[in-house]
Design a protein around this ligand. Sequence first.
Ligand code: UDP
Ligand code: MG
Length: 308
Amino acid sequence: MKLSIIVPMLNEAENVSKMYAQIKHSLKKVKYEIIFVNDGSVDNTEIELNKIYNVDNSVKIIHFSRNFGKDAAIYAGMEVANSEYTAIIDGDMQQHPKYLMEMYNYLEKNKVCDQVCMVPAKRKNMSIIKRIGGKLFYKLINHISGIKFREDASDFRMFRNNVKKAVLSLKESNRFSKGLFNWVGFNTNSLIYQIEPRKYGKTKFNFKRSLNYALIGIIDYAENPLNIFTKTGAFISLLGVGGLLYLIIKSIIIGHIYHEIFIALAVILILFGINLLGISFICLYLARMQTEIKKRPIYIIKETKGIK
Ligand code: UDP
Ligand code: MG
């Protein structure tokens, strides 16, 4: 087989048959397989996927026992992918399968390139919070991590077997795919694509989930964000001592305690906040270490179709 296409799906019942038809229509000349990973959907995604298998048993389907996250779905798909190239594409038709052909041709022509990653052209219909949040996230992570993250790089990509093997060898259970594909290295190029509006179903990455995802990225890829607390901690403590000395001396000179005591209170509150932030970072590290130490499987399969 020349190409394996991994499609992670969570509650995408209305998109299943359309997505399948779109892929078939876009890839006529290539020998390919589609691997649908149903990431614990609670709508009719399972039924819709099985319907496709009943008419085309060349598709591979993995149904998870519950929602394990898109990154786990990508991992499961990669484990069964058995082709020269592997691609990942969203199952909501926001990423048009015609670009699969573009990536495929690019890899065929450029033998030195191991991985092509699709970057969306300017996103018009994106909320301002997501846009600003994304910008801030990449600024921060590029500043504190040893590897360079390309802003806006998506999971929409195609790569050779060397990349697949390398990413599969990273067995961590808290997976941040964009980071993993970056971390393994290799020659990566990017192409631009036009992101489509979502016609059916809704986004699974609301503000809270996106924020959590960004935190995973920072915790995993920042070489040592705890250093930030060491440095700011020392600086602020010195500032605090200076401020306190100033207040004491001023009170002695003036003869009574002034309203500066409120400033002192505010400073204490700020210091306390920073302290808590530092501790919460440590807790996040511990929690993540705990899940990694348990070495639980990245996903659990309920049923598969078309996989021996
Ligand atoms: N997805 C998934 N598991 C999840 C969340 C999302 O398999 O826990 C799938 C989802 O069905 C879609 C793709 O990942 O095919 C991208 O998700 P979504 O469209 O919600 O993200 P957005 O495009 O809004 O960033
Ligand atoms: Mg989407």
